[in-house]
Design a protein around this ligand. Structure first.
Ligand code: FAD
Length: 626
């Protein structure tokens, strides 16, 4: 039963969410043979769960919007720690990627004059999210899957069937093979049968999404265990900004079985407001200095904004997510939370039942089915939930290439694009822009080379590692995952302190040997205990990288709040924390954040730059841009 299935291709794409599928389309269009591997069922990825929409400055609803405004918003959202070149490419190319989806068969909601409709979201100056009700991700995945099928049909016509484009789902990759600093293939197992698989490929695109399952309260589903992050580290690539984790402000809090499930930001974009247990609309008390110019400080102006956005400032409920999550946390901590430890999100008293049902059908259904709450008549109870990791594989902005030759990364698994905090809607556009780029450059790298040779010794070693839990008489994988989630939630959560982070690192270190001794029983077919046992070491290495970086960065910025180091420090804005793996231990180094070009710096007022940068930086920037 240890027989290994051998496959080869030009471009191996690991992950079948939006980034993976977009990369696969591009690589196949470039004439390369492609295999796409997905841990879950084909079509079931986080991308399909995306509700609100994809951000792209098409200017359909407000013609003042353009790529420069989107770039500015993204940099502000990320508190200027973003890889500026990624943010620039993203803002410039997102509209084309959305229009292109329509040429593949997607159909976005329309404005009255027939253009693609765009909705408001936190941190975006203008209505910018192209959407399909609150089921945008479903349309995106459906369209990309359909595109893949159409490409397979072209191959069929050429007599090659799926030879050139194969999708293998319910298969987990556990190792990457490398030689001389370059990737040459991957190893994994089919979840249904436990059968092993080795795939030789000169180019690999990692598109495995996030790490959310390292936290108990999360919007992420079971397969998000940081596999791509860990595979990249073990292959010799680097991770950046792992301290920045986005806690989405609005997850469900009640009943306990659904705690963490996402409540889309569209509820606030469409008029919903946050209230505490005293009925106070509290976000006006939490507008930080850097955003005072753009956000209304009173309910009248905030409400006028929905109908007259050019003459009024935005409601503070639409501040970037890190700000709203911290505000909710403070209200609950101050004893003004709801019975179940959240706050109220009220759209019922602000919009008609008909409007709510039309704009937010999934939310209406979700609350009715899961909590027996009718959101057209009652407020929702919400609280922060671990949602997204800004940190990820360090890549070249233009090519999506990592530090390992032939290894590319796109989508949530890559780092840099969102800086210290991602704006809602910027992930769907990110994965389209950089998925395409990753596919294009992975195809170019593969060139006309022969598939690399995988040795029996490396396949045997990967097999042995995958089977190790069966030989152990040790720890229960579910208990270990709970222990890790408890450490992360208690000590590396939304508000952090140095002492607690040190404690987290000590407690995580104590888990290391226990994870090495994790055991699985039973057979290899559909064995969730064995699957989790193999995922644990990935969650572990990501958790350590996050805790180490969170301890090192003694300032508060975006998705990293240090109670003992409040406020942003301009010196830290110049620093990326880079994690690598040496002798199985995470090492952290500092790397300078590249300086923005004068052209891009010129898009900001000096008065704004001065809130983020050292005087030398913004003074020299104004000199060079004049
Ligand atoms: P994913 O779509 O997460 O796909 C990852 C793929 O990798 C999956 O196929 C998975 O099975 C596979 N995989 C993982 N590990 C392995 C492995 N070891 N071997 C093989 N395959 C593996 N963003 C927005 O911009 N707008 C929104 O409205 C929005 N709403 C969201 C709502 C929810 C509920 C959630 C959870 C997220 C939302 N996001 C939204 C975020 C966004 O959906 C994700 O960040 C994005 O879809 C990630 O896309 P991806 O292609 O990088 O990865």
């Amino acid at each position: 039963m240890n027989e290994v299935e051998h496959l080869s291709c030009d471009v191996l794409v690991i992950g079948a969410g939006g980034a993976g599928l977009r990369a696969a389309v591009e690589a196949r269009l470039a004439g390369k043979s492609v295999i796409v591997i997905s841990k879950s069922l084909f079509g079931k990825a986080h991308t399909v769960m995306a509700e609100g929409g994809a951000a792209a400055a098409m200017g359909n609803v407000n013609s003042n919007d353009n790529w420069q405004v989107h770039f500015r918003d993204t940099m502000r959202g990320g508190k200027f720690l973003n890889n500026y070149r990624m943010a620039e490419l993203h803002a410039r190319e997102a509209p084309d990627r959305i229009w292109e989806l329509e040429t593949y068969g997607a159909l976005f909601d329309r404005t009255a004059d027939g253009k693609i409709s765009q909705r408001n979201f936190g941190g975006h100056e203008y209505p910018r999210l192209a959407h399909v009700g609150d089921r945008t991700g479903l349309e995106l995945i459906r369209t990309l899957q359909q595109k893949l099928v159409s490409l397979q049909q072209d191959d069929e016509a050429a007599g090659e069937g799926e030879d050139k484009l194969q999708v293998i789902d319910e298969t987990t990759i556990t190792e990457l093979f490398t030689a001389g600093g370059a990737v040459k293939g991957a190893f994994g197992y089919r979840r249904g049968t436990g059968r092993f698989m080795a795939i030789a490929a000169p180019s690999i695109v990692l598109a495995t999404g996030g790490i959310g399952r390292s936290f108990k309260v999360t919007s992420n589903s079971w397969e998000y265990t940081g596999d791509g992050h860990a595979l990249a580290l073990r292959a010799g690539a680097k991770l950046i900004n792992m301290e920045f984790i986005q806690f989405h402000p609005t997850g469900m809090v009640w009943p306990p079985s659904v705690r963490g499930i996402l409540v889309t930001e569209s509820v606030r974009g469409d008029g919903g407001v946050l209230k505490n247990s005293e009925g106070k609309r509290f976000m006006f008390d939490y507008i930080p200095e850097v955003f005072k110019a753009q956000y209304a400080d009173n309910p009248d102006e905030a409400d006028r904004w929905y109908t007259d956005p050019d003459q009024n400032r935005r409601p503070p409920e639409l501040l970037p997510r890190d700000e709203v999550a911290r505000a909710i946390n403070s209200e609950v901590k101050a004893g003004r939370g709801t019975e179940h430890g959240g706050v109220y999100l009220d759209i019922a008293s602000r919009r008609s039942a008909e409007y709510i049902r039309e704009r937010l059908p999934s939310m209406h259904h979700q609350f009715k089915e899961l909590a027996d709450v009718d959101i057209t008549a009652e407020p929702m109870e919400v609280g922060p939930t671990c949602h997204y990791i800004m940190g990820g594989i360090e890549v070249d902005a233009d090519t999506a290439a990592s530090a390992v030759t032939g290894l590319f990364a796109a989508g949530e698994v890559s780092g840099g694009m969102h800086g210290s905090n991602r704006l809602g809607g910027n992930s769907l556009s990110d994965l389209l822009v950089f998925g395409k780029r990753a596919g294009q450059h992975a195809a170019a790298h593969a060139g006309a080379s022969e598939p690399p040779k995988l040795t029996a010794a490396e396949i045997d070693a990967a097999t042995e590692e995958a089977l190790r839990p069966f030989g152990n008489d040790g720890e229960n994988p579910f208990a270990l995952q709970s222990a890790m989630q408890a450490i992360n939630g208690r000590l590396v959560g939304i508000i952090r302190r140095a002492g607690e982070l040190e404690e987290a690192l000590t407690e995580l270190a104590a888990l290391k040997d226990r994870i090495a001794n994790v055991s699985a029983s039973g057979g290899r077919a559909y064995n969730p205990g064995w699957h989790l046992a193999l995922d644990l070491r990935n969650m572990y290495v990501c958790s350590v990288a996050t805790a180490m970086a969170a301890l090192e960065r003694d300032e508060s910025r975006g998705g990293h709040t240090r109670e003992d180091a409040p406020g942003m420090n301009p010196q830290w804005r110049k620093v990326n924390l880079v994690a690598s793996l040496e002798d199985e231990e995470v090492r952290l180094t500092r790397r300078a954040v590249p300086s923005m070009t004068p052209e891009l710096l010129g898009l900001f007022e000096t008065s704004e730059l001065s809130k983020y940068m050292t005087p030398e930086e913004y003074q020299s920037s104004t000199e060079s841009s004049t």
